[in-house]
Design a protein around this ligand. Structure first.
Ligand SMILES: NC(=O)c1ccc[n+]([C@@H]2O[C@H](COP(=O)([O-])OP(=O)(O)OC[C@H]3O[C@@H](n4cnc5c(N)ncnc54)[C@H](O)[C@@H]3O)[C@@H](O)[C@H]2O)c1
Length: 339
């Protein structure tokens, strides 16, 4: 015991040569307490079994790799059947800028549970995201994507389709408002600033969902999450047009959920308490918001990024398969208080 193993096998029959060529069909990762993780790939297993194998046989072979790494079978079985296991799942994460990004914490939380990821970056963050991605196992795809560009969004999904052959989950963590709009009185919100904030922070969820739907449908369903803030329904000084965009975003979650639920695709939002990130730094008065939570929130503290990421991973996982159209508040309970 004290060991963890993740076994991934897709259903259907695969010849050894096809498994070797695809390199993604079967994969096992095993770790015994106090030792380094051991990984067996489809290619390695296929070489060891040069005849045609089906998924069940592949799992049996994978378990041999797991045992060789010192993992006991029961621990491996129980981990692989967990509802929050992401083994064999493919995810696209949009919105990583740096190590403080909430999207990065969600990427880590799902990769740790076995997900294979594609991360996108907005031009200027390429170097950061490439560097961060080196810490993820399995190694992610890293792709450029400015969400205001339909061509870049199309290119991301084409690449994900080519590399993964389908998609199980999407994390939407992109938001932006021009700095002036967050400094000026709300009544001075400009037409262009309003349009840009809505486009990047709300419309982009629709554009990304549209690309994800056929790829999720091909996998029998999927889960989409976005990140919101309580400024969607209450006034926080300085949050301004971003609050209006978050209201649109949360409404978009409900309309999308209703639209694509029949395809077994769920759409939810995590509404996080304030966290010091790059996006938050642009909000005048953010440090006031950060200080008021520990005074008023039932838990008398702010939330950690990892707590938001765990809630996001829950909504993305099969453990939440009955939940859609929901806005889950992860804010130490602040939203429940009157004063
Ligand atoms: N930090 C908080 O206090 C907090 C609280 C609640 C919700 N949120 C939300 O969480 C999400 C992630 O923000 P964060 O706090 O992790 O900050 P962050 O700055 O790390 O993330 C914002 C991301 O949006 C991306 N982005 C902006 N414009 C883009 C464009 N045109 N194309 C592609 N990507 C673009 C940035 O590259 C960045 O990766 C946002 O939706 C934010 O509103 C943050």
């Amino acid at each position: 015991m004290g060991a963890m193993a993740t076994v991934i096998a897709v259903s259907g029959r695969h010849t050894a040569s096809r498994a070797a060529r695809d390199g993604l069909v079967i994969r096992v990762r095993a770790q015994a307490r106090g030792s380094r993780p051991a990984t067996g790939s489809a290619t390695g297993i296929a070489r060891a079994a040069p005849r045609a194998v089906n998924a069940a046989a592949a799992v049996r072979r994978a378990m041999v790799v797991a045992r060789a790494a010192g993992v006991d079978q029961s621990a491996a079985d129980s981990t692989s059947s967990s509802m929050t296991d992401f083994s064999g799942k493919f995810g696209l994460v949009v919105g990583v800028a740096n190590k403080r990004s909430i999207a990065w914490a969600i990427a880590q939380a799902t990769a740790r549970r076995g997900a294979r990821l594609a991360l996108t970056y907005q031009g200027r963050f390429e170097e950061h995201v490439q560097e961060l991605s080196q810490g993820l196992e399995p190694a992610p795809l890293v792709l450029p994507c400015d969400v205001t560009s339909d061509a870049e969004i199309d290119a991301v999904f084409a690449k994900v389709q080519q590399e993964f052959g389908g998609l199980d989950f999407l994390v939407h963590g992109a938001a932006f408002a021009p700095p002036d709009e967050l400094r000026s009185p709300f009544v001075n919100t400009s037409r262009d600033g309003f349009r840009m904030t809505m486009d990047i922070s709300a419309y982009s969820l629709i554009a990304l969902a549209r690309g994800a739907v056929p790829m999720m449908e091909a996998r029998g369903g999927g889960s989409i999450i976005t990140l919101s803030y309580l400024g969607s329904e209450r006034v926080f000084p300085g949050y301004n047009v971003m609050g209006v965009a978050k209201a649109a975003l949360e409404s978009t979650v409900r309309y999308l959920a209703a639209d694509i639920g029949l395809k077994n695709i769920r759409v939810n939002a995590v509404s996080a308490g304030p966290i010091k990130t790059l996006a938050a730094a642009g909000i005048k008065g953010f440090s006031n918001i950060l200080h008021i939570y520990p005074e008023r929130a039932p838990l008398r503290r702010n939330v950690e990024t990892s707590e938001v990421a765990e809630a996001a991973a829950f909504l993305l996982s099969d453990a939440a398969k009955g939940i859609t159209g929901e806005v889950l508040l992860v804010d130490a309970g602040f939203h429940a208080t009157g004063m």
